[in-house]
Design a protein around this ligand. Structure first.
Ligand SMILES: Nc1ncnc2c1ncn2[C@@H]1O[C@H](COP(=O)(O)OS(=O)(=O)O)[C@@H](OP(=O)(O)O)[C@H]1O
Ligand SMILES: Nc1ncnc2c1ncn2[C@@H]1O[C@H](COP(=O)(O)OP(=O)(O)O)[C@@H](O)[C@H]1O
Length: 200
């Protein structure tokens, strides 16, 4: 297919948008098993940032799989495609000047590396929500672990599909951390990177 593209050089830059917003763009990437707490922690962190007048947006696996990533399965190939599309969307959102909170199981190291390499240096913060499969299964809000146990669900991460743990995450949340502690840990890590104009 012969496709010719001529990207237009728009004049307003990310830096100018950051200036307008009073903070830098940042991608906070949450990875961990289903039920580990990614969405809960991202939700609480987003509220904290919003209260500090920081512009935010959340990309969540369960949500984007209904639109941007509609039709993708949980095969290794489709999970990679899922993360690739989210990486590209994150890049656009970072250019818009906001802080992006992305919550995806993202079980493969190479896919998480793809995300980091897709965006500008120093704008990626990896948060590993390190909760064991036993604890996630005991929470089982969505009934996925029960289904997998009965043989009604294939490819459940941590049970019948792999999860490659991050070796050097920027922030690690453990099962002993309360929600408040988790939010504090992440905020402490990102505060300087945000370069808030009204530094609180
Ligand atoms: N087989 C299987 N394995 C894992 N997760 C499953 C599966 N089937 C459905 N779900 C639901 O999909 C959510 C995970 O989607 P993600 O886009 O984050 O997955 S991935 O990053 O592409 O691996 C996940 O959301 P979270 O529980 O918030 O992680 C589940 O609600
Ligand atoms: N730090 C925590 N301590 C105890 N329970 C938690 C914690 N974080 C999340 N949970 C609970 O775990 C369950 C799954 O959380 P959720 O945010 O949906 O996980 P994920 O997005 O990783 O699938 C929810 O019932 C939530 O209330």
């Amino acid at each position: 297919m012969d496709v010719q593209l001529f990207p237009y050089g728009y004049k307003v830059t990310r830096e100018q948008r950051n200036q307008l917003n009073g903070h830098n763009s940042l991608l906070i990437w949450f990875t961990g098993l289903s039920g580990s707490g990614k969405s809960t922690i991202a939700d609480a962190l987003e509220q904290k940032l919003h209260n500090k007048k920081i512009r935010t947006i959340v990309l969540d696996g369960d949500n984007v799989r209904g639109n941007l990533c509609e039709g993708l399965s949980f095969s290794p190939e489709d999970r990679s495609e899922n993360i690739k599309r989210v990486a590209q969307m994150s890049r656009i959102l970072l250019d818009s000047g906001v802080v992006v909170l992305a919550t995806f199981i993202s079980p493969y190291k190479k896919d998480r590396e793809y995300v980091e390499n897709t965006i500008k240096p120093n704008t990626f913060v990896e948060v590993f929500v390190n909760v064991s499969v036993e604890i996630c299964a005991s929470r089982d809000q969505k009934g996925l672990y029960a289904k997998a146990k009965k043989g009604e669900l294939n490819n459940l991460t941590g049970v019948s599909a792999p999860y490659e743990k991050p070796q050097h995450p920027d922030v690690e949340i453990t099962e002993n951390d309360s929600l408040e502690m988790a939010v504090d840990k992440i905020y402490t890590r990102i505060k300087d990177k945000l370069e808030l104009k009204d530094n609180e």
